[in-house]
Design a protein around this ligand. Structure first.
Ligand code: PLP
Length: 283
């Protein structure tokens, strides 16, 4: 079935959707994005993703193409017409098409594109076995709090992990883990969850915010601070969070088992709580 996608106010078959070759997203990665998960045909954490999108746009002095209400309506319509029960909605805003120039154009209209992807996420086998990660230097730019489409280094990181027979990479800067290629990173030691504090160095994960809130409600202690790969290897558990993977256990780092090498109880419990609670507030 051909998907229906959204481009600048129009719902079109995916084969007919077009964006200009002068679009600054294409020429300069001058764009931001969001990925919202769909479960039971409903959007998970929509409000958080919409707020973070607004923040990314503001940080880059980019125009907001539509209001938050309009954005929700577009998401809902795409989920409905494409009959997505489980999957995601991808959204991208760029500064729009203009003659190539490093300076921001004055009169360009932003480009807004959304499409859906069906994907089984809840019953992922990796949730039962855990994933393996390798460590890599974090050589991304310094404003990782802005969710831009500059994703080449994270892609290279995933490929480096695959080349070593691992699933993903944890990025390390000045001796400390920042985050995963496309997720936030956590360890658990003596019942305490440790995860990098917010700043420009990491993306402020929407799933991170929800999971830390649920952990606090479940009386689990949290320390928001940097940690090293050595500390992670000596931890009892490790896991990552993202909109599309929820809470995913990490059982191996650079070839060494974390804790027992099995999925840990805190990661497993947080995954359950996250799925249960976020389904309740899905829209
Ligand atoms: N960190 C990075 C670099 C990411 O790309 C992502 C998601 O794409 C995350 C963290 C997790 O963010 P969220 O929970 O909002 O999906």
């Amino acid at each position: 079935m051909t998907r229906t996608v959204y481009v600048n106010g129009e719902y079109l078959p995916e084969t007919e959707a077009k964006v200009s070759i002068f679009d600054r997203g294409f020429l300069m990665a001058d764009g931001v994005y969001e990925v919202t998960t769909v479960l039971d045909g409903k959007l998970i954490d929509f409000d958080g993703h919409a707020k973070r999108l607004a923040r990314s746009l503001n940080e880059l002095e980019m125009k907001h193409p539509v209001t938050e209400e309009e954005l929700l309506a577009i998401h809902r319509k795409l989920v409905e017409v494409n009959e997505v029960e489980e999957g995601l909605v991808y959204l991208q805003v760029t500064r729009g098409a203009a003659d190539r120039d490093f300076a921001y154009p004055k009169d360009a209209e932003p480009t807004l594109v959304l499409f859906t992807q069906k994907k089984q996420a809840v019953n992922s086998p990796a949730a039962k076995t855990g994933i393996s990660v390798i460590s890599l230097p974090d050589i991304r730019w310094g404003r990782r709090d802005i969710k831009t489409v500059q994703l080449l280094y994270p892609s290279m990181g995933k490929m480096a992990a695959k080349a070593q027979g691992a699933d993903d990479a944890w990025l390390v800067e000045d001796g400390f883990v920042t985050e995963g290629t496309s997720n936030n990173a956590y360890i658990v030691k003596d019942g305490v969850i440790i995860t990098r504090n917010l700043g420009n160095e990491i993306l402020h994960g929407i799933t991170r915010a929800a999971v830390l809130r649920f952990a606090a409600e479940a009386q689990i202690k949290i320390e928001e601070r940097p940690f090293t790969i050595e500390e992670a290897k000596a931890a009892d558990e490790a896991f990552v969070t993202s909109a599309t993977t929820f809470v995913l256990p990490v059982t191996k780092i650079d070839g060494e088992a974390v804790g027992t090498g099995q999925v840990g109880p805190i990661a497993a419990r947080l995954r359950e709580i996250y799925l249960e609670e976020s389904r309740k507030t899905a829209v």
